[in-house]
Structure formats: structure tokens, C-alpha cells
Design a protein around this ligand. Structure first.
Ligand code: MLT
Ligand code: MN
Length: 310
């Protein structure tokens, strides 16, 4: 099974268009150690020819152009794409807007939870994906689904499961208290398995906490690509960027006693990779003490174009 990180940054990318903080400014000026990154998406394939996208970021057009595996086959028909399916893990802007780039009548399968499909269905702009050619398929939670690309068997199964999180920012309901109206299925993690080899990996780009259920699920995993939004919960405040904590945004932080690094310490996960990394996160700087700490704890900070073979 092949996995490619198409975009390793969180919403806004790195640098973010309107951000004058030290991290984005350094990336914009191409300072050493500050590698630019596009928004959150992954591609996976069993045969190296037919691919499923895990999330469709607003930068998808650029990501396809930079990833030869996602180009039409050189000897293929006049309209062609190896992208056979897309799975959405939430309704966030950074995960769904790239669907718009996949118009032009190309058939593929679109998978999401009932909650996220309802959001897509409620926005008629997504009808640019011809419903006759792009089947919208509800992913049931906690049971494996064999992935199909239009009518093609992709040789992969996916199991979706609810994780602690928050409804998309633009759907928040302030009358619903601290939950903002979040329901089961608003934020899911995915376990992608290749039945022919038994290999599998977890993809969880948004997660508010590693609770006992999630910890039990991840214990002993071969590979987990996990929410690396923030290093510390208050870093956006302390950098003067915006008055929100990671907790308020539905994201666990890397560091601290309640952070992901500590939570994974006892889980025996063989390969731990941070994805969905916010432009405020100092671990994006290759030469920072935070990067050193992350790597010292056995984690990898992903980058665009990173390839993993299982
Ligand atoms: C998030 O990951 O919290 C969202 O992508 C934030 C946003 O919508 O900008
Ligand atoms: Mn996001």
C-alpha cells in the first residue's frame, strides 16, 4: 500500500495568505527551515495506479499538478484520472472545498459520514459534481467498507469511527453551549486496510482528545497519521494571531500532559506522523527546539510529497 501526503498543513496552509506572524512570514521569505506546505490531504493506493483521496483540500489542483501519480495516464483516454474515490473526515473548509476542483464530469465515489454528507448535500455548489457520475456514499461507523472507485474495486477497505472533535466552524450553533451542536459523525478517523497484505494505517487529521476508546483502537498500530494542529494550546493567542485556543477549535495539542505526544507514549504505535499542522506551530520550523522535542518523542512532522510504503 502506498500513501502520499498531498498537503501537510492545517486550514490556511503555510504560509497563510493574511498571516504576518513570525512563522508565516519566515515561510513567505523562504528562510531556511521553513518549508511551505499546502492544506490537509492524503492519497492512498493499493496498486499504485488507482488512488483514493483522504480529504479534498482547497489546494487540490496544485497538489494534483505536483503529484505525477494523480495525472491522467499518458496513454489514457482524453478525459481520465487515477483519482477513483474521495473520503471526507469532516466538513471543514480545508477538507471539502477541493471537491470543486474535481468537476468536469469525471466519475468517482464520494464517501463521508451521514453528518458530513448532509452538509455537502445542503450546498448546491457541490452539484457541479454530476450526481450521476459522482456517487455519494454514506460511510457507516465502526464497520469496514470495501472501497469502490465508481465501479472499480480499489483493493482497500475503510473503517470510519467517531473521534472527539467539533462541528465545522461555519456550522457552529452557539445556542448549544460548549458542544456548538457537535454530533456523532462530525469528526471521524479512518482505518484504511489492504486486505491482500493485511497492512493498515490510521488517518485522524482532526481530534480533540485521545480518550480510552481511541487509545484502545490505536494500540499497537503500524502507522498513525494524526492531528498535529498546535504545539501548545494557547500558541495562537501568545503569537498574537487570534483569540482562540486549540481546545476551542476541537484540536488536541502536541505537547503537555494532555497532549498527543504524552497520550501516544504507551500505545506502541510503530510509526507516528503529524499531519494537519497549523501555521502557528513552531514544530514546522526544522530547526526549532519544538521540532527536536517532537522527533525525540519518535514522531515525524510530515511535509508535502512525503511518501510512505506499507
Ligand atoms: C479546523 O481544523 O479547526 C478548521 O479547518 C478551521 C477552519 O475552518 O478554518
Ligand atoms: Mn482543519
Amino acid at each position: 500500500m502506498l500513501i502520499k501526503v498531498l498537503g501537510s498543513a492545517a486550514g490556511g496552509g503555510f504560509p497563510q495568505w493574511n498571516c504576518n506572524g513570525r512563522m508565516s512570514s519566515s515561510a513567505r521569505l523562504r528562510k531556511p527551515g521553513f518549508k511551505a506546505r499546502t492544506q490537509s490531504s492524503l492519497a492512498a493506493s493499493s496498486n499504485g495506479k488507482d488512488w483514493v483521496l483522504l480529504n479534498a483540500s482547497p489546494d487540490l489542483r496544485q497538489q494534483i499538478n505536483e503529484t505525477a501519480e494523480l495525472w491522467p495516464a499518458a496513454d489514457g483516454p482524453r478525459r481520465d484520472s487515477p483519482i477513483r474515490a474521495v473520503i471526507l473526515t469532516n466538513g471543514d473548509v480545508d477538507h471539502i472545498i477541493g471537491l470543486i476542483n474535481l468537476r468536469e464530469g469525471q466519475p468517482f465515489s464520494l464517501y463521508a459520514s451521514d453528518r458530513v454528507l448532509a452538509t455537502v448535500n445542503a450546498n448546491s455548489v457541490f452539484n457541479v459534481l454530476n450526481p450521476e457520475k459522482v456517487k455519494r456514499i454514506e460511510l457507516a461507523l465502526d464497520k469496514p467498507t470495501a472501497l469502490k472507485g465508481a465501479d472499480m474495486d480499489l483493493g482497500l477497505t475503510v473503517e470510519a469511527f467517531d473521534v472527539p472533535g467539533k462541528v465545522a466552524l461555519y456550522l457552529e450553533d452557539s445556542s448549544k453551549g460548549d458542544s456548538f451542536g457537535t454530533e456523532t459523525g462530525d469528526t471521524i478517523g479512518l482505518k484504511v486496510t489492504e486486505p491482500s497484505t493485511g497492512k493498515s494505517f490510521f488517518y485522524i487529521p482532526g481530534c480533540a482528545a485521545v480518550d480510552a476508546r481511541l487509545a484502545a483502537r490505536l494500540k499497537g498500530a503500524e502507522l498513525v497519521l494524526f492531528d498535529g494542529t498546535l504545539y501548545t494550546d494557547d500558541e495562537m493567542l501568545s503569537q498574537g494571531l487570534m483569540p482562540k485556543t486549540g481546545h476551542r477549535m476541537g484540536h488536541i495539542s502536541m505537547s503537555g500532559p494532555d497532549g498527543s505526544i504524552a497520550a501516544f507514549d504507551s500505545l506502541d504505535v510503530a510509526r507516528k506522523v503529524f499531519v494537519h499542522i497549523n501555521n502557528s506551530n513552531p514544530a514546522l520550523n526544522d530547526n526549532s527546539p519544538e521540532r527536536k522535542a517532537v522527533e525525540g518523542a519518535g514522531w515525524v512532522v510530515s511535509y508535502d510529497g512525503m511518501e510512505i510504503s506499507l
